[in-house]
Design a protein around this ligand. Sequence first.
Ligand code: ZN
Length: 356
Amino acid sequence: MSKTDFPLISIKVPGVDKNFNLSDPATRLEYFEAKAGPEIKKLKEYLDKNTFIAYLLGKKNSGKGTYTKMLMEVFGSDKIAHISIGDLVRATHLSMEDESKKAELIEYLKANYRGYISVEQAIDALLGRDTKTLLPTEFIMALLKWEIDKMPKKALFIDGFPRDLDQVSYSLYFRNLIDYRSDPDIFVAIQIPEAVIDERMKTRVVCPICKTPRSLKLLATKTVGFDEATNSYYLMCDNEGCNKAKMVGKEGDELGIEAIRDRLELDEKLIQKILELEGVSKVLLRNAVPVAKASELVDTYELTPEFYYERGADGVVEVKEKPWTVKDDEGIESYSLMAPAVVVSMIKQLSQVLGL
Ligand SMILES: [Zn+2]
C-alpha cells in the first residue's frame, strides 16, 4: 500500500528562541502563546460563540487523547470536550450495574436507537453476554448522541469513531444527528512512525495510584530509583499525592506493536480512506520529521529526547537526555516530536480550516 506523506509544516517563529520546558504545564501555556499566539486568540474568539466537531484519526497509541487534553489546557474544558468511544462503552458497561442508570439508558435508547437488532440484544453484546454480535454502528451512534446531549454545547473531539471503513459514511452525517448541522466538521489525522508506537509500548509505565503514564526511555519523571534486585531503573510518580509511587509496566507491552498489528493495519486503511474524501476539512499532523529537515521546521527542545540514567557515588540516580532518532515507515531517519509541538501545528491548521 502506498502511503500519502503528510506535509511538513514549519512551526518555527522568528525571534522566539527561548528553550521552553514542555513537560511543565505552566511553561507549556507560555510556549503555545509564543508559537501560535495569533491563532489562539482567533480560536478563542471563535469558541466564544461557535463550535465544531473534530474526528481524531490515528493509529492506536498515537497520542490522540494527549493532544486533545493539551488543547483543553489552552482553550478550557468548558469550550472543548474529548469523547473516547472506548471510554464511553466501558462507562456504559459499568453503569449497567446501577438499576436506575440502566433504566434511564434503556429509555433513552428506545427513543433514539434504530437498527437491525433490538436494544436488549445490543445491551447483551455490550455486556459481553452475547459475544457473537458486534455492537452495531447505529448503537454506538446512539450512545455517542446520549453522551453529547448530556453536556452543554462545545467543540467536540471524537476519538474512536469512525473506527472501521464502513463507519466513515456515518461520520459524514453525524453532525446532523446531534444538532450540530451548521457547525464545521473536521477530520484530524495523525501520521506516526510505527517504530515510535513500538518503542512507546515497550517502555511505557503507569503510576499504580493516579494512572499517569510515562516512559522509561521517552518520558521520564523527576525522580528515578534503582532496584538492586533486578539491576534496573524505575520511575517514581511526580504527583504530590502519590508519594513517589513506583511506576510499573503492563503485562504484554513488552511485545510492542506485534500485539496490535491487525488494528494498526486497519487504522492505516482508515486514514488513507479519509485522505480520499472530498468536501471535508482535514488537519494533517505529523508526529515525526526527517532528521535532514528538522532544523528548518522545529526547535531542538521540541524533539523527543531519549532518557538514560546514571548512578552517582551517593546512590542518587541522575536523569540524562540525548537526541533520539527513529526510522519512519519509509526508512527515513527521523525525530519524533514532543506532543506540544504537534499541538502547535494542530492549532495553526484548525485556525486555517475554520477560515479564521
Ligand atoms: Zn501517581
